[in-house]
Write a protein that binds this ligand. Structure first.
Ligand code: CAA
Length: 258
């Protein structure tokens, strides 16, 4: 399948999705959003793909929702077309691990998309922000909630109320990205992390992701109960037996996802 606003490639167990609307700094147009949903669905169904890398260009991961498309939309049109909200649902419930390879502008809906991924690797040129306040709106793709959970109330308030951007090193200090690397290396570094994740038991990865995400939705007691149930469940998997046997036999495990 071919796409107009993104490209997709497979590298062994990895699916690499590259957002590609350079003239608009990868702004999330409706077409881009529907293509992104389609490609994510295709890679979800592809059993060879164990981990995805989502990236943009060196200049911009994404500068956010497409303002040119939104400028004349009424509130009713926005609500009825649902614009990009299906994307947040798709990414938010995605069962496979998603590694973000970020560079340049990661703004507005672009930052909201990034924050819906699982592991974020940033180029030293990355600038992150929620500038919606500058155009008279507020983040609409989860930014007020996810940024606040990621960096705490006071930094989130500063970023959302002033629209100012932060650089890669500050994002790392705040825990918003996990690694910052030179600009030539961010994509390769993200692939390295993705390959590492893809080498694990797919079932452990899937359930670990579910358990971590649960921490955002529930109290500690219920979260710990949920984790324990998943932990027991994994003991019924062939991969858990294989992992432990391989440790005893001092060899690499051969995980089958069973
Ligand atoms: N939507 C549509 N087009 C965009 C865009 C966006 N979000 N961001 C950039 N572009 C376009 C520009 O209009 C320009 O196109 P033209 O050449 O046709 O004029 C092109 O991309 C290059 O942009 P600039 O010339 O502005 O590049 P710059 O280097 O001077 O500035 C920038 C870069 C700081 C990112 C600036 O483009 C900018 O501020 N963009 C808007 C960022 C923004 O406000 N994002 C939030 C959108 S709202 C949102 O996302 C809602 C939500 O929560 C879901």
């Amino acid at each position: 399948m071919s796409y107009r606003t993104l490209s997709v490639a497979k590298e062994g167990p990895l699916g690499i999705v590259t957002i590609n609307r350079p003239d608009a700094l990868n702004a999330l147009s409706r077409e881009l959003v529907s293509e992104l949903i389609a490609v994510l669905s295709a890679l979800e169904a592809d059993e060879e793909v164990r981990c995805l890398v989502v990236t943009g260009s060196d200049r911009a991961f994404s500068a956010g929702a497409d303002i040119k498309e939104m400028v004349d939309m009424s509130a009713v049109q926005m609500a009825m077309t649902e614009h990009f909200f299906p994307l947040w649902d798709k990414v938010g419930r995605y069962p496979k691990p998603l590694v973000g390879a970020l560079s340049g502008f990661v703004l507005g809906g672009g930052l909201e998309l990034a924050m819906s991924l699982d592991v974020l690797i940033a180029s030293e040129t990355t600038q992150m922000g929620q500038p919606e306040i500058n155009i008279g709106v507020i983040p609409g793709g989860g930014g007020t909630q996810r940024l606040t959970r990621a960096v705490g109330k006071y930094k989130a308030m500063e970023m959302i109320l002033t629209g100012t951007r932060i650089g890669a090193e500050e994002a790392k200090t705040l825990g918003l990205v996990s690694r910052v690397v030179p600009k030539e290396a961010y994509l390769e570094e993200a692939k390295k992390v993705a390959r590492e994740i893809a080498s694990k038991s797919p079932m452990s990865v899937k359930l670990a992701k579910m358990a971590v995400n649960k921490a955002f939705e529930t109290g500690l007691g219920a979260g710990l109960d949920f984790e324990r149930e998943l932990f027991y469940l994994l003991f019924a998997s062939e991969d858990a037996k294989e992992g432990m046997k391989a440790f005893m036999e001092k060899r690499k495990p051969a995980f089958k996802g069973k």
